[in-house]
Design a protein around this ligand. Structure first.
Ligand code: ATP
Length: 447
């Protein structure tokens, strides 16, 4: 049993790709840490470095306070479960589970006892004589787990262990797995790109992007307190509404978050409005989750109006997709996998949208000035315009609200919504969250 510490861990492959970039991470003994991120962000490489399957380019790894940089993989006492399980098809389940013990010359009597113990723990006692080909996906996954833990590892690593399972059995296997890894009580690092898995399994979640850790926190923290646009966009299903906006301050009166066709107005009495004073004229991305919108019959007191484009009934609730005339921050840009792929705004405004196109007017209004070439920022948040993509996106609306199924509106209806200002997030052009004080004052009060 050991705490795992990564210090400034970096891996650059001979191809020049830096898959892991100065990662610092501590996983306590008995803790389950989930590495969550899109494909290619370096999650599996972190596991391979911890397991000793690849050497790090720089940085250090410690188990239980002692460096393991020079300890070969087979002596690190690490167990790893891969996506494809890697079971031997010609061996029985019992032989598969016993394999690592055979390799380490454990006596037959002890071997049999340990195999029986883990088989019991993982509910595999009835299939010990079968070959993997005759098992269900969930059973195979459990055999891979049994084989990994039979040696009582100090550190347990799992690389997308549920990704080969059918959606139908995934949930029950996931819950079983959550129970098991918490009972094992060793430092566990679990890799996935599936946020539901991350939220269910992790004591803490480290969200990765392009080889770096963007944020580490409990599932609750990364959902309700995202520190950057990337985490806000990546975590949460349905995803957070993210709209391009500009901040205008009318000192002593109010702060206006201009969405293009509509505005959100925060009265000066609201501490959040005053906190925005230094952002006058700035272009921001405004974020709010679909639950933060509440339909209201009071059109004048509403914060946002939208035309319903699509209603997705989901049983007890419904997702309502609305057209509000706003310009969403495109998913790919908030995921920021293509940081500099889009040109300067001046260029987009000047050349791409046809002169009379309504989007052009909206963009011009919400973006006070083009981004300077020397402006620092990781993300290059440019509104994008694609004449082909635009109609399809607009057809589905630009904002999603979650409402009780019984009060779902009809397609084509115009609805009025209030927005819970406590759940409004603003991100600057670098993609970093703008800190705003908590407040429970509704947007329109006291204007
Ligand atoms: N052996 C290798 N040689 C060169 N580049 C590699 C190698 N292994 C991985 N990479 C690159 O390193 C980056 C990170 O890969 P890695 O497999 O760690 O990501 P990941 O987040 O686990 O993705 P996935 O979920 O698709 O497995 C990617 O750009 C990948 O192409």
């Amino acid at each position: 049993m050991s705490t795992v510490v990564l210090r400034q861990l970096t891996k650059t492959y001979p191809t020049g790709v830096t898959a892991v970039d100065h990662v610092d991470l501590t996983v306590a003994d008995g803790e389950v840490m989930v590495l969550l991120g899109p494909t290619g962000c370096g999650k599996s490489t972190v596991l391979r470095l911890i397991a000793g399957l690849d050497p790090a380019t720089s940085g250090h790894i410690e188990f239980g306070g002692a460096g393991v940089d020079d300890v070969p993989a087979r002596d690190r006492e690490v167990a790893m479960v891969f996506q494809d399980y890697g079971l031997y098809p010609h061996l029985t389940v019992a032989e598969n589970i016993a394999f690592p013990l055979l390799n380490h010359h454990v006596e037959e009597a002890e071997r049999d006892q340990r195999v029986r113990e883990v088989a019991d723990l993982l509910d595999l006692s009835d299939v010990l004589d079968k070959r993997p080909g005759r098992l269900s996906g969930g059973q195979r996954q459990r055999v891979a787990m049994a084989r990994a833990i039979v040696r009582h590892p100090r550190v347990f690593l799992l690389d997308e262990p549920l990704s080969n399972l059918d959606a139908a059995v995934r949930e029950s296997v996931r819950n079983h797995l959550a129970d098991l890894i918490h009972r094992l009580d060793v430092a566990t690092i679990y890799v996935t790109h599936d946020q539901t898995e991350a939220m269910c399994l992790g004591d803490r979640v480290a969200v990765m992007r392009q080889g770096r850790i963007e944020q580490i926190g409990t599932p609750e923290e990364i959902y309700s307190d995202p520190q950057c646009l990337f985490v806000a966009a990546f975590v949460g299903s349905p995803r957070m509404n993210l709209l391009q906006a500009a901040v205008h301050i009318e000192p002593g009166r109010r702060a206006v978050v201009d969405l293009g066709a509509q505005t959100l107005s925060l009265p000066w009495s609201n501490a959040r409005a005053r906190a925005l004073a230094t952002h006058h004229g700035a272009r921001v991305t405004v974020g709010f989750r679909p639950d933060a919108l509440v339909p209201t019959g009071d059109a004048d007191g509403a914060d946002l109006h939208g035309v319903v484009r699509l209603v997705e009934h989901r049983g007890h609730d419904a997702l309502v997709h609305l057209e509000t005339g706003s310009v969403p921050t495109p998913h790919l840009i908030s995921q920021l996998e293509l940081p500099d792929a889009h040109g300067e705004l001046a260029h987009i405004l000047g050349e791409e949208p046809p002169v009379a196109h309504p989007l052009r007017r909206r963009l011009a209004r919400i973006v006070p000035q083009p981004r300077r070439a020397d402006e620092p920022g990781r993300y290059a948040l440019q509104p994008t315009y694609s004449p082909e993509a635009e109609p399809a996106r607009e057809a589905l609306g630009d904002v999603t609200a979650r409402v009780p199924a019984a009060s779902a509106p009809r397609v084509g209806e115009t609805v009025s919504l209030r927005l819970d200002v406590d759940h409004l997030y603003l991100f600057d052009r670098a993609g970093d969250r703008i800190a705003l004080p908590a407040t429970s004052v509704a947007l329109r009060e006291a204007v």
